[in-house]
Design a binder for this molecule. Structure first.
Ligand code: C6P
Length: 388
């Protein structure tokens, strides 16, 4: 990359894909391709089987109780839009409250703002401290009997903060609220057991978990999903259509209108196999070591300020260097072959809280190395000399 070996440190945006995923997608399109759930011929039946196998793999991966609690979407954003629309329609009334946090991605802010506006409900925000940790001291004043939904990020994409979601789930449940966990940044780093967490909904994207783009997941408790109205309508999500009335399909198909991303879902199955073989605990350990090493190394650079210094962190190191705009940092790092994201990372309210335009973000996957962090360290020192 730009005459150097590529150092890919933008894994929070999306991970690179293993060969097994690429080969699975290629094989499916080359020799197994057909639409699913619709036809009686063998090719289509096999394709349907492969697609549904991924659903089982996801169920096992997050330990869901029932395979029909797994709904495929286009990604985390799509999952959150589906939930806000459907839950908003099903249960939000004037005067109700929805709680999010100050470190949410726009995908977990904007859909709730729209529902709150439509229904004259109130959006409340759990504040954070200067380390980028949730302040839970007055949480009983934020999550109350008026709260209907708490939708909260597990691991912050901008700060790396790991939130105490188990505690928040228990608190929300004690007030009768449902809890949605935005796991876009945790599913690839942490072992997840949705039954043990007891969350009501859990959403993530395949492309951050070494799978293809255009595929996401909603886990939802069956008894809730059954009561919720569909989001998109059309083929596959119906039981019976007449011009007078339509009845809807059973779970999970009620929420999967139209031809889905069949090859993407099948490729995602290969990604889950790949991750399961390595072991998420091994991945977590390697990444924690990389994050510690990066913290220790980069903080040696004079004038470098880490944004997000929570005690409990994963895989993301956001920083600024005095006197250098983050975009200039990122652009210059690119000349050294380093791929890092710069900007607000779709968390503008969080950047406003820190009173910064954005950060430079290095985010790690288990395939990164300490040598790559050394390359980043050297590049930042050179850039600092040139621009600082
Ligand atoms: N964050 C990042 O570079 P999608 O784009 O739908 O797959 O995921 C949206 C999303 C939702 N919540 C969190 C916590 C996220 O981190 C993301 C995606 C990427 O940080 C792209 S903005």
């Amino acid at each position: 990359m730009n005459g150097k070996d590529l150092v890919f440190l933008d894994n929070a945006a999306s991970t690179q894909k293993p060969k097994s995923v690429l080969e699975r997608i290629n094989n499916f399109y080359s020799s197994q391709y057909a639409n699913i759930h619709r036809s009686a011929y063998t090719l289509a039946e096999n394709a349907t089987q492969e697609y549904e196998n991924t659903r089982k793999k996801v169920q096992n991966f997050i330990n869901a109780n029932d395979v029909n609690e797994i709904i495929f979407t286009k990604g985390t954003t799509d999952s959150l839009n589906l939930l806000s629309y459907s839950l908003g329609k099903y249960m939000i009334k004037e005067g109700d409250e929805i709680v999010i946090s100050a470190m949410e991605h726009h995908a977990n802010i904007v859909p709730w703002q729209i529902i709150c506006e439509d229904k004259k409900a109130k959006l409340k925000v759990i504040p954070i401290n200067s380390n980028g940790e949730l302040i839970l001291d007055n949480i009983n004043e934020i999550i109350t009997e008026k709260t209907k939904i708490v939708s909260i990020v597990h691991i912050s994409n901008s700060l790396g903060t790991i939130n105490p979601i188990k505690e928040i789930i228990e608190l929300a449940h004690s007030q009768g609220a449902y809890v949605i966990i935005d796991a876009a940044q945790s599913i690839q780093h942490k072992k997840i057991d949705v039954q043990e967490l007891d969350c009501d909904f859990f959403v993530f994207s395949a492309h951050k978990l070494y799978g293809p783009t255009g595929v996401g997941v909603i886990y939802g408790k069956k008894e809730l999903l059954e009561k919720m109205p569909p989001y998109q309508t059309g083929g596959e999500m119906i039981a019976k259509v007449t011009f007078e009335k339509t009845t809807f399909n059973v779970l999970p198909y009620k929420f999967e209108a139209g031809t889905p991303n069949i090859a993407g879902v099948i490729g995602f199955g290969a990604a889950i196999d790949y991750i399961s073989k390595i072991g998420i605990d091994v991945i977590d350990k390697v990444e924690s070591e990389l994050l510690d090493y990066a913290h220790q190394k980069l903080t040696q650079i004079e004038g470098l300020r880490v944004i997000g210094t929570a005690k409990n962190k994963a895989s993301v190191l956001s920083f600024l260097i005095d006197g250098i705009h983050p975009t200039d940092l990122g652009t210059m790092a690119n000349a050294y072959g380093i791929a890092m994201r710069v900007g607000h990372h779709c968390t503008q309210p969080l950047m406003d809280f820190f009173e910064i335009p954005g950060t430079c973000r290095a985010s790690f996957a288990f395939y990164n190395t300490k040598e790559e962090i050394d390359i980043l360290f050297d590049a930042l020192n050179r850039i600092k000399k040139l621009l600082g």
